[in-house]
Design a protein. Structure first.
Length: 204
């Protein structure tokens, strides 16, 4: 068993957001959702599982995942191959819903306790796709702009100046339909580069 496999076992057994939380405890049983392997060359860094992912125990088993796989140009068979693609959200457990029915932000305990330890063991990475403001804040540092729109618009600088290269993406949620429709440059300019790089890395 590799060091990463041992660490993944610890993460999946983690109950810190319920038992020793920062702020209010998680209101339901934790179910960390992630996938990774020492051989993964692509990392998808997202926000946190939603209700459907919490129920399934697999990343992006929802309409957001359908759109994300379209952006990547791959099907579920490759997407869920952990030897090729790592998926590490900023919060590993479904954080719950706010009063309006929207997902709460990722739990802060996850990144603080696990993220650097996991990243150090993903030594084969050649590309990181960062989805949404929380993942962009962690992975981009000073390259992150004041808004997700500006950050995504600045994708080329992130791609060309970081090692491994990083491409920021908007969240593929249906809640972003208006943004995607109002920013056609994203699917015209960014998505083809993402698909080219994903094809190169996953050996499709």
């Amino acid at each position: 068993m590799s060091d990463l496999e041992k660490l993944l076992g610890e993460v999946r057994a983690c109950r810190i957001c319920r038992d020793r939380p920062e702020g209010p405890a998680l209101p339901h049983e934790p179910r960390p959702v992630l996938q990774a392997s020492p051989t993964a060359r692509l990392l998808i860094a997202g926000q946190a599982p939603g209700t459907r992912v919490h129920a399934s125990g697999r990343p992006f088993t929802d309409p957001s995942g359908d759109r994300l796989r379209q952006w990547l140009g791959i099907g579920p068979d490759i997407f869920y191959d952990e030897t090729r693609i790592a998926i590490l959200p900023m919060g590993f457990c479904f954080p719950g819903l706010d009063r309006s029915g929207s997902d709460l932000p990722p739990r802060p305990e996850c990144a603080a306790r696990w993220r650097r330890r996991l990243m150090r063991r993903l030594t084969a990475l050649e590309l990181v796709l960062v989805i949404g403001q929380y993942a962009q804040a962690w992975h981009l540092g000073a390259l992150r702009k004041p808004s997700v729109s500006e950050t995504v618009y600045n994708w080329r600088e992130c791609f060309e100046s970081l090692d491994p290269p990083v491409i920021p993406l908007p969240h593929p949620s249906w809640r972003n339909n208006a943004w995607i429709a109002g920013n056609p440059w994203f699917e015209a300019d960014v998505v083809p580069v993402v698909q080219r790089e994903v094809k190169r890395l996953v050996g499709q």
